[in-house]
Ligand binder design. Structure first.
Ligand code: NAD
Ligand code: UDP
Ligand code: UDP
Length: 347
């Protein structure tokens, strides 16, 4: 029945990514796990705006009710406080599976409590959501990560690259957890014919990011606003490629609605060293902000940049917002939250 409902909805022009998103059609019932988090809440906004019914499943480990509060009272929106490590019974057409604390401070500095919990979320949580997808015939999208490439020996990273991951390092609970989640996803695809999609997300930033989560963009922006020095780890020559959140959400939706399993790299190929990023933050917020060097963490990937040829060709997707354009949008949200006016419920 669910498959039929999905096919009916998609036959009105939704499979293949050929029809622009946002077109009028009967709404789907969609679960977004981790929907109260940074990326999830922006995705929820788009799905609700498109006319879908959205159920957010979140345990608020790193997410915040404030991120989705503006949908309270909307009959198309439901919020369930639930840990995906526990089984869940729902009737839905699509599952966007984002639940997983993405913040590095937790897993690097509190290994037992955080890492085991994180690993369990990635493994048991993903298994449960795949079991749910199998039972109701829902389409399932996994938000994996560029961290599956580890400290890559190939640059830029293509989806066919298998990665260079230390299985016993400080970051491995995240990297290996997501690698297992990808494996489980493909097992359910091959073994149980679940319709699956895999996105490998590269560093993403934007409004509603956790302020003190330890990620580099949120750290630098918060530090510059608070007139603290920007903490550059190591020599600052390591690179990352930063994607604005609305580009990512567009990519995730195209992937879900399209006909390709993936994995797809979703990221912005604009590559910056951490020192260059610090300079962009100085230009945007405070040219006098100081830079302070700190020791780097173990196993830090030296460089990272997505090859997005596959997403361009098969999803018709590429990011539109460069760092210098996206950063000010994040800064105004951070400014409001840090200086305590009130949080911005709908940035
Ligand atoms: P986030 O921490 O803001 O959001 C994750 C959400 O999942 C939070 O709301 C958290 O409370 C929830 N959650 C965590 N464990 C849960 C559990 N056991 N049960 C239910 N809910 C749980 O992180 P984000 O940046 O929005 O990341 C979303 C997804 O994208 C994650 O899967 C992450 O691995 C992936 N990703 C993000 C980035 C990035 O740069 N933001 C990069 C690569 C991959
Ligand atoms: N599961 C769930 N919701 C469902 C169906 C399954 O949470 O609607 C969980 C279930 O508890 C199990 C996991 O998903 O732990 C995998 O389910 P599956 O049926 O694939 O495997 P099995 O239960 O046979 O091991
Ligand atoms: N980093 C930094 N200063 C900070 C936080 C992070 O220089 O205050 C560096 C970190 O060492 C890494 C890069 O920024 O090389 C990206 O770190 P982040 O934790 O944001 O993402 P990930 O390592 O998961 O790509």
């Amino acid at each position: 029945r669910h498959r039929a409902a999905f096919e009916a909805a998609t036959s009105r022009g939704f499979v293949g990514g050929k029809v622009p998103l946002g077109i009028k059609r009967k709404g789907l019932r969609i679960v977004v796990t981790g929907g109260a988090g940074f990326v999830g809440s922006h995705l929820v906004d788009r799905l609700i705006a498109r006319g879908d019914s959205v159920i957010v499943v979140d345990n608020f480990f790193t997410g915040r009710k404030e991120n989705v509060m503006h949908h309270f009272g909307n009959p198309n929106f439901e919020l369930i406080r639930h840990d995906v490590v526990e089984p869940l019974l729902l009737e839905v057409d699509q599952i966007y599976h984002l639940a997983c604390p993405a913040s590095p401070v937790h897993y690097k500095f509190n290994p037992l409590a955080s890492c085991c919990g994180l690993h369990k979320t990635n493994v048991v949580g993903t298994l449960n959501m795949l079991g749910l997808a199998k039972r109701v015939g829902a389409r399932f999208l996994l938000t994996s990560t560029s961290e599956v490439y580890g400290d890559p020996l190939q640059h830029p990273q293509v989806e066919t690259y298998w990665g260079n991951v230390n299985p016993i390092g400080v970051r491995s609970c995240y990297d290996e957890g997501k690698r297992t989640a990808e494996t489980l996803t493909m097992d359910y695809y091959r073994g149980a014919q679940v319709e699956v999609r895999i996105a490998r997300i590269f560093n993403t930033y934007g409004p509603r990011m956790c302020i003190d989560d330890g990620r580099v963009v949120s750290n630098f922006v918060a530090q510059a606003l608070r007139k603290e020095p920007l903490t550059v780890y190591g020599d600052g020559k390591q690179t990352r490629s930063f994607q604005y959140v609305s580009d990512l959400v567009e990519g995730l939706m195209r992937l879900m609605e399209g006909e390709h399993v993936g994995p797809f790299n979703l990221g912005n190929p604009g590559e910056f060293t951490m020192l260059e990023l610090a300079n962009v933050v100085q230009e945007t917020i405070d040219p006098n902000a100081k830079i302070e060097f700190r020791p780097n963490t173990e196993d830090d990937p030296h460089k990272r940049k997505p090859d997005i040829t596959r997403a361009k060709e098969l999803l018709g997707w590429e990011p539109k917002i460069p760092l210098r354009q996206g950063l000010p949008l994040m800064v105004s949200d951070f400014r409001k939250r840090i200086f305590g006016d009130h949080f911005d419920v709908n940035p």
